[in-house]
Design a protein around this ligand. Sequence first.
Ligand SMILES: C[S@@+](CC[C@H](N)C(=O)[O-])C[C@H]1O[C@@H](n2cnc3c(N)ncnc32)[C@H](O)[C@@H]1O
Length: 393
Amino acid sequence: MPLQFTWTDYPEAADSPDFLSGATFEPPLPTDFNHLLIKGDNYPVLKKLQKDFSGAVDLIYIDPPYNTGNDFTYNDNFKVRDGSGEADRHSQWLSFMQRRLLTARPLLKSSGCIFIAIDQSELYTLKLLCDQIFGEENFVNDFMWLHGKGKKDTWSRTLQQHTLCYARDKKQLPAFREIQQTDWATTNADSDPRGNWFSGSISFTEKRSNPNHKNYYSIVSPSGKVWTRQWQTDEAHMKELIADNRIFWGQPPAYDKVPRVKIFNEEESEVIPRNIIEPKETTRAAQHHLDELLGQSGAFDNPKPVSLIKHLIEITRQPKDALILDFFAGSGTTFEAVCALNAQDKGKRRSILVQKDENGIFELCKKRCQKVSELFEQSAALQVEPLFISFTH
Ligand SMILES: C[S@@+](CC[C@H](N)C(=O)[O-])C[C@H]1O[C@@H](n2cnc3c(N)ncnc32)[C@H](O)[C@@H]1O
C-alpha cells in the first residue's frame, strides 16, 4: 500500500466557492504593474489570483508561521484540541498549509519553483505534505541556512533553518547555479601565462545531450578530434573561448580529452549551488537592518535576511523579468530582495506580496516597502513603489 499521510482536516470559510462571489480588490488588480502589496488572507487572495495569474509566476518564496507554539508578533501556534479533546499540534497547521499550497501551485509556470522556509517544528510534516501536492519527483532540495549561533536546548544547538524547494515540473526547471570567485586553482597544465587555472565542465555527455537544442553543435580539437554534443554556451561564444585558448582539450599531441573550459584564479565561475547556505547576515543582523529601516526597535519578529532571499532567487536563474510571489510577506523582506537584485543586475523582476491584517504587520510591511522604494529610486533610478491593494469579501 502506498504511503498514507492523513490528519484531521480543519475547514475554512473560504473553501466555499460562494465565498469569493462578492470578493474584490480595491483598487482593482492592474494588468500592468511592477510590484503589488495585497492586504488580505492569502487563501482567498490566492484563489482570486488564479483568474489572472494562472501559470504566470516564475518563483514563489514563502516563510509561513512555523508552528513553534511561540507568541511572536504574528500567531505561531496552531495547537488545537480535536473532537475527542486530544491536543493536536499538527493537523490545523497542515490543513492551513495544504489549502494554500494547493491553491498556489497552479499559479506557477511549468518552469517555476517554490521555496518554503521552515524549521524542525513542521519540517517533516511539510515534506510529506509537499510530496503529496507537488510530487516527490519535483523535490529539488532542502536549502538549509545557518542563521547564527543556533537555537539551543539541553542537548544540542540547532544551527540551521530549512527551505524546501519544489519545482512545478522538475523536467522544465532550469539548472540552479551559484557564482563563485575562484581562488583554489593550484595548477597550470599548459603553462598558460595568465597563471593557475582549473577546468570546468562545459558540455553534457552525448547521452544527456539534446540534438534539437540550439547549443547542439560540433567543435574540433587541435588534433582533429570532433566533439558533437550539447554545450553550455552558444557556438559564437565557444569560438571566442577557443580563440582565447580557454578550452582545454587534454595534453598534446593527442588533445583527446572531453573539452573543458579553463577558469583562472580571481575569475568568477558558475557552480552547482551548495544546499547549505551561509548568508552574509544572521537573523539578528536581519532584525537590526529592519529596525534601522523602520526607525523602531523590535516591531517585527524573525525577519529573514535580504541576502538569503536574494541568493535563493539568484541561484534559480529564473529570467530577469521574473514574477515573484510571496504570500506570507511579513515585514516585506522579499520585496527588498527583489529590488536589490534588480538594482544589481538591471533586472525588471516584479513581485506580488500578500500579508493579512494581523497586529499591524500589513502597515509595517507597507512602510518598509515605501522606505525601500525611496532608497532604490534614489540609488538605482528604479521605479519600484508598489501598488497597495486591499482584498475584501
Ligand atoms: C514568518 S512571518 C514572514 C516573515 C518574512 N519572511 C520576513 O522576512 O519579514 C509569517 C507572516 O505570515 C503572515 N500570515 C500568517 N497567516 C497569513 C494568512 N493567512 N494570510 C496572509 N498572511 C499571513 C503573518 O502575519 C506573518 O507576518
